[in-house]
Design a protein around this ligand. Structure first.
Ligand code: BG6
Length: 489
């Protein structure tokens, strides 16, 4: 599959049309990101942002809503009244239900001619098809249009295929931006530079020099106001199938020949296709599903998942997943990749740990039995890259201790770091597809995840309970301990 996209500075004025314009994502992420893009002069002149939603606001009512709900998500340091007022002047609102043609007629009237239209679908994916059909019927799509599809794109391979096929009837692949906001994070993009902008890592970056890879995305938050969505979704679909697999791809991919969207996405696709498909036996042995019970997270007493508003009291949805997988190719043969994500964990921590093989022979009497060298790439809460090495403890003996070579990105670069959504929205405006998922890549990710979901169903597995504020069920540690590893926290 190829997508010849032209990456260019925008020459046309922009109409950014957001479906789900009064929803949680718009309020917390999209509108603040667009404000920031405006503040830094990254939106084309005379941009207009048309939010749509089912709520019957008039324009003034919507502006008030944005002012009270969205502005608090802008860091005080970045707030400039003049830029904010200009931003508010760009906003329009259309009350529209995805199935309501009158609403689309009103949208068509408001959207200007001779502009570039970017449609951001921040609604339930079940509405994507209808929205695209109605956009086409209202003559709103042309060769300059772009569409951004928010995750989750479907709930399994079949639904993802259906959505992709339906959207593909109206937009070519080079017009489709499937967003995974992890690909917009500064440290994730930096991982590409770390791997491919340096010569020293590449010779080491393979089995048997690397003995394991761990990817953790731990959150202290619970499901918040999204219980309805989350209970239908669970952690595997919400986090693993997309964010964690994308991180795994960047760690495991071969060097792309360039940064062209297809060059990068071809390599990521090969990784996903090389992931070992799990059998029922693998699923029973190599995956852990957990659900949090009441406890304390981030210093707060919190309810059990089943007691959250909107969650059925007998819910079996997983709020935690840990699993072991393998990338079956020459570079990674037999190297376990341990993935873990959960809500209401002990602390917020997103990191990748690469564990290197031990020296072939230990000549020092107090050398650690294993794991002298690790590369720890931390994405959240702070960004850093640390290489753990052994060093001699000062003194008369030959005693060794681990020390860290610390690349502190925060102090190395003083520039402002754009939020993931801001960076990705600017990419949409500029036509840069590299950090978005291609159709085949997304479908391959579902092909890997589907058997796990089906396996869990077949095994009738109840999630294992873990106390909010812990690191998940004990069996998550056992998954690694079997091979002599442990989670690095
Ligand atoms: C979203 C998930 O995609 O990512 C949320 O739907 C999750 O459940 C969020 O909380 C985590 O993103 P971040 O950027 O806060 O790590």
């Amino acid at each position: 599959m190829t997508t010849t996209a032209t990456s260019s500075a925008p020459s046309l004025p922009l109409d950014m049309i957001i479906f789900g314009g009064a929803g949680d994502l718009s309020v917390r992420k999209l509108l603040p990101a667009l404000y920031m893009a405006h503040l830094h002069g990254n939106l084309p002149p005379s941009t207009r942002i048309i939010a749509t939603g089912r709520h019957d606001y008039d324009r003034a009512g919507y502006l008030e809503f944005v002012q009270s709900k969205s502005q608090p998500f802008i860091n005080e340091r970045n707030f400039e009244q003049k830029a904010w007022d200009e931003f508010l002047r760009m906003l329009e609102y259309v009350c529209l239900d995805a199935t309501d043609t009158a609403g689309f007629a009103a949208l068509a009237k408001l959207s200007r001619q001779g502009v570039q239209r970017a449609f951001y679908l921040a609604t339930a994916p079940s509405l994507f098809t209808t929205i695209c059909e109605n956009l086409a019927a209202s003559d709103l799509i042309d060769g300059n249009s772009r569409v951004v599809l928010e995750k989750p794109l479907g709930h399994d391979l079949n639904s993802a295929r259906e959505i992709n096929a339906a959207v593909g009837k109206h937009f070519s692949e080079s017009q489709i931006y499937r967003i995974d906001h992890y690909l917009g994070k500064e440290t994730v993009q930096n991982l590409m530079v770390l791997r491919f902008g340096n010569g020293i890592l590449e010779p080491l970056w393979r089995a048997p020099n690397i003995v394991s890879v761990q990817i953790t995305v731990a959150e202290t938050v619970g499901v918040g106001s999204r219980a309805g969505f989350y209970d239908e979704t669970g952690a595997l679909r919400d986090m693993v199938q997309n964010h964690l697999l994308q991180l795994l791809c960047i760690i495991a991919m071969e060097p792309p020949v360039s940064l062209d969207p297809d060059a990068v996405r071809d390599e990521k696709l090969k990784v996903i296709r090389s992931l070992r498909r799990m059998t029922l036996g693998d699923i029973a042995r190599d995956t852990v599903r957990g659900q949090y019970t009441a406890g304390a997270a981030a210093g707060e007493v919190v309810k059990a998942y089943r007691d959250e508003a909107g969650v059925p009291p007998d819910s079996r949805t997983e709020t935690f997943v840990a699993l072991r997988t393998y990338v079956d190719n020459w570079r990674w043969a037999n190297v376990p990749f341990f993935l873990r994500t959960g809500k209401r964990m002990q602390k917020q921590l997103s990191q990748i740990v690469i564990e290197f093989a031990d020296p072939p022979l230990s000549i020092f009497p107090d050398a650690p039995r294993s794991r002298a060298n690790r590369l720890v790439i931390r994405l959240q809460p702070e960004e850093s890259v640390q290489l753990q090495l052994m060093a001699k403890q000062p003194g008369s003996g030959m005693h060794m201790l681990p020390v860290n070579l610390n690349l502190d990105l925060q102090s190395a670069f003083s520039q402002r770091r754009a939020e993931a959504y801001e960076r990705l929205l600017i990419d949409v405006v500029r036509g840069r597809l590299t950090h978005f998922m291609r159709r085949d890549e997304l479908e391959a990710a579902w092909s890997w995840a589907d058997p796990i979901l089906a396996g869990w169903k077949e095994l009738g597995e109840k999630p294992q309970l873990y106390t909010a504020g812990s690191w998940g069920p004990d069996s998550s540690g056992a998954l690694l301990a079997r091979q002599g590893f442990s989670w690095i926290e």
